[in-house]
Design a protein around this ligand. Structure first.
Ligand SMILES: Cc1ncc(COP(=O)(O)O)c(C=O)c1O
Length: 381
């Protein structure tokens, strides 16, 4: 049975400074930039009983299957600027920085990942021409590891995600540039820049909707999947910014058994879930929230849901029916919407004003990362 938690610590009055558009401008200058598609899915809306379902499809971001390069590229860019004391005007592109770094410095990049973040970091390191080492937990599929290796990074496998993180942090302590999408005491700048990098997605959604409708058009509900919470923090910053009169209801979706943010918000402090997490929503298998994002999630996410793997599979299949190829983690937001729209949650829906008039935004954060698993889910095998 899914878990639902209404966040009493979150108030209507909580507003944040507007996120800057610098990351969007930076991403626009990267090779191969294109805004990802914003799809309208009337068939899905009808099935779950809302007015509109919009889906931002991140499956092809810079030719990678997930959104994560938005955070990784901005974080690396900012970190190098700081470490090498470069002025902004020196940094025309990542390739230019790479040439500068290559000529004068011997730099290495390290990170931990359960797939997408590591692949994104490896891609950025490759563009820069800097060697990268990526730590992955035991059980990471061959396909995910190969994808990282194809970006010319060295992959080191073993232990849980949190143990991979410790190994990457050790690399950082011995001089590598540690690019992590999660924060802890004393490691805050990079994850903060990562969250900033994700803002590009939300600006693209807003600009595209304004272009289509002719006026500012904000969804009434946003379902956002949560691993360590950096993506969700970007949604809080965007949709709870000061100049928006009314903010959408923000709903965070985690896998059952990996619901570290739900449990932490419930406890009123960061808690670490014991052991390894085994959801098929692999990108969300995290045991500890990011310390950088947690305070914003605590104040800014209205409701948390923990859904099981069957819901994720159902969501993957429903998206496949409308020709959207989304992986298990990518479809997690829709899994949350399906769950909330099921018979068991009539009262919760009412409390969240989720009804026939609602305009829902989902983000398919990844496409297929493992073809075999995907085929099995949609019944192709
Ligand atoms: C595809 C995908 N979606 C969502 C997330 C969740 O993002 P966060 O860890 O910032 O909560 C991840 C994290 O790795 C991911 O890979």
């Amino acid at each position: 049975m899914a878990k639902i938690f209404f966040n009493a610590q979150c108030s209507k009055e909580f507003k944040m400074e507007s996120p800057s558009r610098f990351p969007l401008d930076f991403h626009r200058r990267l090779p191969g930039y294109q805004p990802t598609p914003l799809l309208s899915l009337p068939q899905v809306a009808k099935q779950v009983g809302v007015d509109q379902v919009l889906l931002k499809n991140e499956a092809g971001r810079f030719g990678l299957p997930a959104f994560k390069i938005l955070g990784a590229s901005w974080a690396v860019f900012q970190a190098l600027r700081e470490r090498l004391e470069l002025a902004v005007q020196d940094l025309v592109s990542l390739e230019d920085i790479g040439r500068f770094v290559g000529a004068k410095h011997s730099l290495r990049i390290s990170c931990a990942t359960d797939g997408n973040h590591g692949r994104a970091v490896a891609r950025v390191a490759r563009i820069l021409g800097i060697p990268a080492r990526v730590h992955v937990p035991a059980g990471t599929t061959e396909q995910r590891m190969e994808a990282i290796e194809l970006e010319r990074a060295v992959v080191v496998m073993g232990g849980t995600y949190d143990e991979s993180l410790k190994r990457a942090a050790n690399d950082g302590a011995s001089g590598a540039l540690l690019i992590q999408d999660t924060g802890w005491d004393g490691y805050e700048k990079i994850p903060k820049w990562t969250v900033e990098g994700y803002s590009t997605m939300f600006w693209e959604v807003e600009d595209e909707l304004e272009r289509r409708v002719g006026v500012k058009h904000i969804p009434t509900h946003v379902f956002v999947q949560i691993g360590v919470g950096s993506l969700a923090a970007a949604s809080v910053r965007h949709f709870r910014r000061k100049e928006l009169f009314e903010h959408p209801v923000l709903i965070g979706v985690e896998p059952e058994g990996s619901d570290c943010v739900l449990e932490s918000v419930k406890a009123g402090r960061i808690v670490q879930l014991p052991g390894a997490q085994h959801s098929i929503m692999a990108g969300l298998n995290c045991g500890t929230p990011s310390s950088v994002s947690f305070p914003e999630l605590q104040k800014g996410i209205d409701c948390f849901l923990a859904v099981d793997d069957e819901r994720a599979k159902e969501a993957v299949r429903l998206l496949a029916e409308v020709n959207v190829v989304s992986g298990e983690t990518g479809a997690a937001g829709l899994a949350g919407l399906i769950e909330l729209c099921s018979q068991a949650h009539i009262d919760s829906r009412e409390a969240l004003d989720l009804d026939r008039d609602s305009r829902v935004l989902l983000i398919s954060t990844e496409g297929i990362t493992d073809q075999e698993v995907y085929d099995e889910i949609i019944g192709k095998k």
